[in-house]
Design a protein around this ligand. Structure first.
Ligand code: MG
Length: 344
């Protein structure tokens, strides 16, 4: 198999502000794995806080190229990914791009959709939330109009005036809200008071209330919280599950954190065994990463896989939404269309 990749910049439709910073674009890499005339597509999306860049990803994928040249088919994806994982620690998004491209290629060669390879049932698809960054009331209004098709909103909190943000959203919409503090709440008691208030505003979950390494504070809040508290920045890969399972009610799986679909599915299973809730999330990603995440969503309790609606230069066609759910189509692989635009 032949791997090629190229760096791209996902341009955000609106500057994206969260508790830990603001950005207008995200570095990403589009990865292609070719076998004969068939091409599998993958993607690495790399927000600055996880340390991967165009340079680190392309250098790592150079090493992956040599591994894949010795492999004749993508069917033993799990074994191939184990070899690739062992090349070097880290590089989670770059590894995810390989895992996603291998799954897309595998599905295309067998004429089966990726969700079917994973054993997922489209009938169990859950609605995805649409994310609102921290903004002025005027911009929030504009974004809410863009989010009309979505049934759930995700609202970024962790500011000094979180109640005002929720009140503004509530003036415009009564849709259920997933609240994400992005580590922004440093005082657990104040956070708990706020969570009680949020529960009265039809907020249904809290993501990452406290700094990622402060598991004691997270555990204190989770024990008393009327809403499920979900680990995001505190949790990346499967091996970290034991560390966070006592401090949160659930984990947010993102393919870019956990190296792809293979490990993502293993996390789902392990989290279920521990009685944990499972959320599937994303970075700002094209339809490629989003359709891969969507293939896991039927296994999850909550989905926040709206990344391709947040960027302005998605090279693939947008996923189809049906009653706020991403449709898992019957096309082989990830079911992406308009891939010519994404290719060379
Ligand atoms: Mg989050």
């Amino acid at each position: 198999m032949q791997l090629s990749c190229r760096p791209v910049l996902w341009q955000l439709r609106h500057p994206f502000r969260i508790a830990t910073g603001m950005r207008t674009h995200t570095q990403a890499v589009l990865t292609e794995i070719r076998l004969g005339d068939t091409v599998g597509y993958g993607e690495a999306s790399m927000p600055p806080y996880y340390g991967e860049t165009h340079e680190t990803a392309t250098a790592f994928l150079e090493q992956v190229k040599a591994v894949l040249q010795k492999e004749s088919a993508p069917f033993s994806t799990a074994a191939i990914m184990e070899t690739i994982d062992a090349i070097a620690p880290g590089h989670h998004a770059a590894k995810a791009s390989v895992d996603i491209a291998l799954h897309d290629l595998w599905g295309k060669l067998e004429d089966r959709p990726v969700w079917q390879l994973l054993g997922a049932e489209p009938a169990r698809m859950i609605p995805t939330s649409f994310t609102l960054g921290i903004d002025t009331p005027e911009v929030l209004r504009e974004k809410l109009a863009e989010a009309a098709e979505f049934q759930i909103l995700k609202v970024k909190l962790g500011t000094s005036d979180d109640k005002a943000i929720i009140r503004t959203v509530r003036e415009i919409s009564d849709k259920p809200i997933y609240a994400d503090a992005n580590q922004g709440w440093n005082d657990p008691e104040a956070a708990l008071d706020l969570i009680h208030w949020l529960a009265e505003q039809n907020v249904c979950l809290i993501e990452q209330p406290t700094p990622k390494d402060d598991l004691d504070a997270a555990a204190w809040i989770a024990e008393r919280s009327p809403l499920p508290v979900i680990a995001d920045e505190s949790f990346q890969r499967l091996q970290a599950l034991d560390r966070v399972k006592e401090a949160f009610h659930g984990v947010n799986i993102k393919l870019m954190k956990c190296t792809g679909l293979g490990e993502g599915l293993r996390i789902v299973r392990a989290a279920r065994e521990q009685g944990l809730k499972v959320m599937i999330g994303c970075m700002t990603e094209s339809s490629c990463g989003i359709m891969a995440a969507a293939a896991l969503a039927p296994y999850c309790d909550f989905a926040d896989i709206d990344g391709c609606w947040l960027i302005g230069n998605n090279p693939f066609d947008m996923p189809t939404l049906s009653e706020g759910c991403i449709e898992l189509n019957a096309r082989p692989g990830l079911g992406l269309t308009n891939t010519l635009q994404a290719g060379h």
